[in-house]
Design a protein around this ligand. Structure first.
Ligand code: BGC
Length: 732
């Protein structure tokens, strides 16, 4: 069954929930649990004590209003709705997607702001920017009448072809967890509940409802679980969304190990687990850790209504388990301040919100190649040829439930093979061509769409510099190629042959192979840069912004270096996205994801994790280290170039006493004027120095000598050293 197609759940089964809608809206009364001086646990306990069975059942399953022909009055067409308990002042849960803004129901011509992709956000390596973006979309969430935002994707970029890489934050658990945690914190600062998703190992979209992700338990703890652990620790999300796929056997929403053991017991997390839409397959979910069935009409039955009542009645599921589900939901509502939150102020401040998206884009665009200092575009470049990539229309965005379509966007028909329910290929209304024209004062800026190769070549020939925009559309529910389309690769080659000063600007979801790289002088990775992306790109091209973005994922030199060159199970996965027969995906790299894999295999990537150029240069001094119980590193960094710029100083483990896995231990960002030197200090995250020990069910930091280096990327040992650490056991 397509997850967007209502399944076997009958209208009758949803009747309980529908009946309650009529009373929507929270009463402004004082209840014992209204006292904000009490702990969220106590408040939840007090409210729980007042709920009869029917109301509890009403809170643990919800519908997918977007699928409903006519949502009842007061229910906005969006991702999810769970009626509250008005007589007790407990609000309805009104859920909107998602990752990059308030997608509501994929409304066209909306005033919601569209942030750059998660991959671009991760390229900023800057939690403050992540928090600011989160706070902005959190505020818009409330202004638009929602109180839950399904944002917080932290699945690791294990494969460049994952169609949802653009919603996530890269391949490293520390970077991904830190950035996602900050974004979640920003959202929740607005009294809006944020989720962390898709828990766990939904690391490719092909057959997402059918695949069984196979991976060793220690490897899991050191990779995808660690990303979630850090995101949850830092962001304290009210909710976690379990995924469509299976993890080492059971479905992610019925997985006692990942839900009950890891999330709720080992990490002691007190929020509620909501299912992904259409991801529940049996009532085992209730026993194994799921607390709320989302979009319940997409499942074969509304398991968390009549079947749950029956199981409670005949003692197969204890009443205490239902209470636990409800307590968790209520606790998050109190902890995040949903209950008692003031109504959001006035209409959206669309200008201010767009400025937040632009600041993020400017900090996250990555300069990958700049031979002969072709960039920034010199004042002497009088004639610029802008070619391809719909640069006249705007900038590309990714498709699926996260899609935001701000006012003025262009929506083109989706390509063959796209999921039937996507809106189309959406270009955010920020034309790079216009932004370039605005800056090329007195110069000529010609545009060619790239459809006509001869015309593109002619334009390139008569220009001082050619800027070729290329794009790759990615979407939820599909995976993508690791290469640009043939005609775009041919376009780059033809233009580069016609003009030696060719710069390529990429708009894409995840890492790409670039067999054409040797032919061009400049490459700018703009990812999906959001609703002001055209401006941000132009500011980087013209040097108004000195690029400081750093790759959050490795770019391979060729397909032979990839763990999996293509999605597994493409021939087995049901084309309609339904669960289908299970097939395994063997994550044989274990926790050696991305750069760790490259270091282990001694592969030289095209661009390493952490890589990115600047219009200035930085020099590293000697590394000074302290060890013992905790590791800290200091290194002096000097800006030796002519412009101010930002350096992201990264600290990596090269070799511990037991293992030689390369790992990002920490990083610090420093802004330096030309000629300026500053010393940065980085504390190593202890879990990245340790190894997971299944027997001890904890992290074990081996005593002994640790070799580390600081540099500007995972392959740049600019400054190395070693230090002795004491043995330690760390609880998860
Ligand atoms: C996606 C989720 C999304 C949900 C609700 C699912 O298909 O995987 O990320 O939040 O739909 O739209």
């Amino acid at each position: 069954m397509d997850k967007r197609t209502p399944g076997g759940a009958s209208a009758l089964a949803l009747g309980g929930a529908l009946a309650l809608w009529a009373f929507g809206g929270a009463a402004a009364q004082n209840f014992p649990w209204s006292d904000a001086g009490l702990s969220p646990d106590r408040r939840a306990e007090l409210a729980l004590g007042q709920l009869p069975l029917d109301e509890k059942i009403g809170l643990v399953h919800g519908v997918f209003p977007r699928m409903m022909k006519a949502p009842p009055p007061g229910v906005v067409s969006s991702a999810g709705f769970i009626p509250g308990v008005p007589r007790l002042g407990l609000p309805d849960l009104k859920e909107s997607d998602a990752s990059l803004g308030v997608a509501a129901a994929g409304r066209k011509d909306d005033d919601a702001a569209a942030l750059p992709s998660g991959m671009l956000l991760a390229s900023t390596w800057n939690p403050d920017i992540a928090f600011a973006g989160g706070a902005m979309i959190g505020k818009e969430t409330r202004q638009k009448g929602f109180n839950v935002l399904l944002n917080g994707g932290v699945n690791l970029t294990r494969d460049p072809f994952n169609g949802r890489n653009f919603e996530y934050v890269g391949e490293d658990p520390l970077l991904a967890g830190t950035i996602a945690g900050a974004a979640i914190g920003g959202i929740q600062s607005q009294h809006v509940i944020s989720t962390t998703k898709h828990y766990l190992m939904n690391d490719q979209e092909t057959g997402r409802g059918a695949l069984d992700a196979r991976i060793g338990s220690a490897a899991l703890r050191e990779s995808d679980l660690l990303a979630f652990e850090i995101a949850i620790e830092k962001g304290k999300p009210g909710s976690v969304m379990c995924a469509y796929n299976r993890v080492n056997g059971p479905y992610a929403c019925e997985n006692a190990f990942t839900l009950n053991q890891v999330l709720k017991t080992d990490w002691g997390w007190k929020g509620w687990v909501m299912s992904d839409w259409g991801a529940v397959h049996s009532l085992d979910a209730a026993v194994n850790g799921l607390d709320q069935e989302s979009g319940a009409e997409l499942d074969n039955q509304v398991f968390f209504d009549a079947p749950l009542r029956q199981a409670l009645a005949d003692g197969r599921i204890p009443q205490a388990r239902l209470d636990d589900m409800v307590r968790r939901i209520l606790r998050s509502e109190f902890a995040v301040g949903l209950i008692g939150a003031q109504p959001a102020d006035g209409p959206l401040d669309t200008r201010a919100d767009a400025a937040v998206t632009q600041a993020e884009a400017e900090a996250g665009i990555v300069l990958l190649k700049n031979e002969g200092a072709v960039l920034p575009l010199a004042a002497s470049a009088r004639r610029i040829a802008v070619i391809g990539g719909h640069a006249d229309l705007g900038v590309l965005s990714g498709g699926g439930s996260s899609q935001v379509i701000p006012r003025g966007s262009t929506v083109l028909p989706p390509p063959a093979g796209a999921p039937s329910w996507v809106e189309g290929v959406v270009y955010h209304p920020s034309s790079p061509l216009q932004a370039i024209r605005a800056r090329a004062k007195g110069g000529e800026v010609a545009f060619q769409s790239g459809q006509d190769l001869a015309a593109a070549v002619a334009a390139a020939k008569s220009a001082d510099v050619a800027v070729v925009f290329v794009e790759q559309w990615a979407s939820e529910a599909i995976d993508v190629s690791t290469r640009l389309s043939d005609n775009q690769e041919a376009l780059i080659k033809a233009v580069a042959a016609a003009n030696p000063h060719t710069v390529v600007v990429l708009e894409n979801g995840g890492p790409l192979l670039m067999p054409w790289i040797g032919q061009v002088q400049g490459v700018v990775e703009a990812w999906y840069p959001g609703m002001r992306g055209g401006e941000a790109i132009a500011r980087v091209l013209f040097g108004e912004v000195n690029p400081s973005g750093r790759l959050p994922a490795t770019f391979a030199a060729d397909a032979g270096q990839l763990v999996r060159p293509a999605p597994v199970g493409a021939e087995l996965a049901p084309k309609d996205g339904s669960s289908g027969p299970t097939f395994p995906v063997d994550y044989k790299e274990g926790s050696s994801v991305g750069y760790r894999w490259f270091a282990e295999k001694e592969f030289k990537p095209l661009f390493p994790f952490g890589y990115g150029l600047s219009y200035t240069r930085f020099r590293y001094g000697a590394l000074s280290l302290t060890g013992g119980k905790a590791m800290a590193a200091s290194v002096a960094v000097t800006n030796t170039g002519a412009r101010a710029g930002t350096e992201t100083v990264q600290l990596y483990l090269k070799k511990g006493p037991e293992r030689g896995q390369r790992r990002l231990l920490g990083w610090a960002q420093v802004r330096l004027k030309s000629g300026e030197t500053r010393t940065v200090r980085i504390k190593a995250e202890p879990r990245l120095l340790a190894n997971w020990d299944d027997k001890a069910n904890g992290w074990r930091l081996a005593g002994g000598r640790y070799e580390v280096f600081a540099g500007s990327n995972a392959e740049d040992a600019a400054s190395s050293g070693a230090v002795e650490m004491q043995a330690a056991s760390l609880r998860p």
